[in-house]
Design a binder for this molecule. Structure first.
Ligand code: GDP
Length: 686
């Protein structure tokens, strides 16, 4: 019974899942031969299908690890590329196309690649075999081929023909065996001819007497012997069976029978004989290498166990548990954030935003001091120096405050407030991610960010409408209490101070940028003089004016603006602090206070609705959305891919997987060995 090969192939497939790190070598049959020696035809005759790329220019550029799997209980015949995930391919010409593409993908300059293509073929008509097809040796380097191609192919083959592999050395009958590159290569690594099978193809091209002489060759004796084949069916037959080439086998067998039966052969001939021989030899080799393979696996297992202990402290980990724990931790940190971020925090954010808007309004409607182009006649000096006094009885000042208030209430508070809070939530979520294990997982990061934005986007319009609606009354009438006024007065001072500070800071920066205080003062003086009309500037040119460069002048203008703004701020700060602004009755003198108090009303009203419409909704839905996107709905593959995004986790998971698989393999190996020794016992007794 040939069970060993099948089991060993299964084991090899398990080991393949561990990846390249596994240095285990389980014996395979390595097929070598010169180009056109008939190598592909032999393999196809064994498989019973035409599936290998063929052509005059070299097409095989990568080794093909071909696993044949005998499936006695199923009539289906198909190929699979386990690394490509293309599924079962029943059309063998499609397998050929894929192989051609994979070969062509090797860059011309690289010549050949030692990265094998893995292909398995399952069929009730194939034996269990593991074969490696290598690029054919070339004799003469073709016109368009790189010079080192010959060398590279030879080196690649040398890598594979090492023990314990069996070498299938293909030579054509119409070429003198002494010239067989395959046999010469095999001799180098297997000088006593102990693990080489000689295959002589194209037996039909020589007459039977000569053919028999070749197969009986004593010059290159091989313990496993030679087999003569005619692995090409006559063209008429192939043409006939082109569509359904499952009959390739019978066509070849017929052809070989016709040819070989005409002569008494005392040696092995025919593709069927070759198949049996291959099965037998591989089974024997597998059996002989059981011990060493077991040892190698045990060694690997010891290394994996050691690594697991030393590097990971024997800490168990699975992709699922890793994801679940990470998600729990993240949800926990979110909960903490939710406890700390509520109405007061929203109010502060919103008020800050509105403070800015109030400052902009004040600047535009009250403090505005335009900077004039130097060539434009200067305005009345008066209007530049002092802010006009607000007269409470003047309609003009009433209108001015009303217009400012209305600009504030109508600036789109609903939209603004919702945007500010939504952005803040989103950036808090981002910072939670960056403090979590998810920071190393682009997939999870995106899922979480999207979970947050989808909820926020969903709620955006209704929230902003609601907020806009509820601040609507303020657009028509502002009812203010003294308490609110005095809070506004306090707060406005803070805002003005902060703004003043910012102005002074910016001035400082300009000073540094132009190269010192003196330099800046010189430019400022010049601009001031120009504005007062003390110097006449005849149109400012590209290169500047008054001996100052254009860029210096522009910085100077900025400085003048900042200085004036700072002066106004100081003045207004004094005004707000003064008795004048202590009382709401004087509101026309103190637009800063009034607008501040209005902004506070807007912000606190908005927050009430933001809390209900946006924040509570978000707090309720976000953890659920996270579960949807990162919880049970993910497939095992997705979970695995997620976990492996973190290189550390990936290594940890891999060592555990390797350990588990090696344990499994070792168990299988042990039972195989028991089976083997039982078999041997029975043979002895029987
Ligand atoms: P490879 O380059 O070594 O893979 O060789 P192929 O299998 O592509 O065969 C090279 C050429 O030899 C092709 O034209 C085949 O049809 C032909 N060929 C292969 N086997 C035989 C055979 O047994 N007899 C004859 N007459 N031709 C063969």
């Amino acid at each position: 019974m040939m069970v060993l090969t099948k089991k060993m192939i299964e084991i090899r497939n398990i080991l393949a899942r561990i990846g390249q790190s596994s240095t285990l070598t389980m014996p395979s049959i390595v097929v070598i031969g010169s180009q056109s020696s008939g190598k592909s035809s032999v393999l196809e005759a064994i498989v019973g299908h035409e599936f290998l790329p063929k052509g005059s220019n070299m097409v095989t550029r990568r080794p093909i690890e071909l696993t044949l799997i005998n499936t006695p209980d199923s009539s289906a015949e198909y190929g699979e590329f386990p690394d490509l995930g293309l599924g079962k391919i029943t059309d063998f010409s499609s397998i050929r196309r894929t192989l051609t593409e994979l070969n062509q993908a090797v860059p011309e300059a690289q010549c050949v690649s030692d990265d094998p293509i893995r292909l398995s073929i399952s069929s009730p008509n194939v034996p269990d075999l593991s074969l490696i097809d290598l690029p054919g040796y070339i004799q003469v380097v073709g016109q368009n081929q790189p010079l080192e191609l010959k060398q590279k192919i030879s080196e690649l083959c040398d890598k594979y023909i090492q023990a314990p592999n069996v070498i299938l050395a293909i030579s054509a009958a119409d070429v003198d065996l002494a010239n067989s590159t395959a046999l010469r290569a095999s001799r180098r690594v297997d000088p006593r001819g102990e693990r080489t099978i000689g295959v002589v193809t194209k037996m039909d091209l020589v007459d039977p007497t000569r053919g028999a002489a070749i197969l009986n060759d004593k010059q290159y004796p091989l313990r496993l012997g030679y087999v003569g084949v005619v692995s090409r069916a006559p063209t008429t037959a192939t043409a006939l069976f082109k569509k359904d080439n499952s009959n390739l086998t019978s066509a070849i067998t017929k052809n070989e029978n016709a040819y070989f039966s005409s002569h008494p052969w005392n040696v092995d001939v025919g593709t069927q004989t070759l198949r049996k021989k291959l099965m037998h030899v591989l089974e024997q080799t597998m059996s002989a290498s059981l011990q060493s393979t077991s040892d190698a696996i045990r060694q690997e297992l010891e290394e994996a166990t050691y690594e697991f202990k030393v590097q990971y402290n024997d800490r168990p980990l699975s992709a699922e548990s890793y994801l679940a724990e990470s998600l729990d931790a993240f949800k926990h940190s979110f909960k903490q954030f939710a406890e700390e971020f509520g109405r007061p925090q929203m109010l502060e954010l919103l008020k800050n935003e509105l403070d800015q808007r109030v400052l902009d309004l004040l600047a535009a409607k009250y403090w505005n001091k335009p900077i004039y182009d130097l060539s434009v006649p200067p305005p009345e000096p008066d209007s530049l120096v002092d802010l006009p006094k607000a007269d409470p009885n003047s309609l003009y000042w009433r209108r001015r405050l009303d217009a400012s208030t209305s600009a504030l209430t109508k600036l789109g508070v609903g939209r603004l407030a919702t945007t500010v809070i939504a952005n803040s939530i989103q950036s808090h979520v981002d910072s939670l991610i960056s403090q979590s294990t998810f920071v190393n997982h682009p997939f999870a990061r995106q899922a979480i960010t999207e979970a947050a934005s989808s909820i926020l986007n969903d709620r955006f319009y209704s929230t902003s409408d609601q907020v806009e609606n509820c601040i609507k009354p303020f657009k028509f009438d502002i009812d203010m209490e003294e308490r609110e006024w005095s809070a506004g007065r306090d707060h406005a001072q803070g805002v003005l101070k902060k703004e003043l500070h910012a102005c002074e800071g910016a001035l400082q920066e300009l000073e540094t940028a132009v190269g010192g205080r003196r330099k800046l003062r010189e430019v400022i003086n010049f601009i001031d003089k120009a504005r007062r009309g003390d110097v006449i500037v005849e149109g400012e040119s590209q290169s500047g004016a008054g001996g100052f460069s254009a860029s210096l002048l522009s910085k100077g203008r900025e400085a003048v603006f900042l200085r004036d703004r700072a002066d106004i701020l100081k003045m207004r700060l004094l005004a707000v602090k003064s008795k004048q602004c202590a009382n709401m009755k004087n509101k026309y003198h103190c637009p800063e206070v009034f607008l501040d108090a209005v902004a506070t009303k807007l912000a606190s009203t908005a927050v009430l609705f933001l809390n209900v419409e946006l924040l509570s909704e978000f707090y309720y839905n976000f953890p659920r959305e996270l579960d949807m996107r990162l919880g049970r709905h993910l497939s095992d593959d997705q979970v695995e891919r997620f976990a492996k995004e973190d290189p550390k986790v990936k290594k940890h998971l891999e060592v555990i997987k390797r350990k588990e698989l090696l344990e499994l393999v070792l168990e299988k190996m042990n039972s195989l060995r028991q089976l083997e020794s039982g078999e041997r016992e029975r043979m002895k007794r029987g």
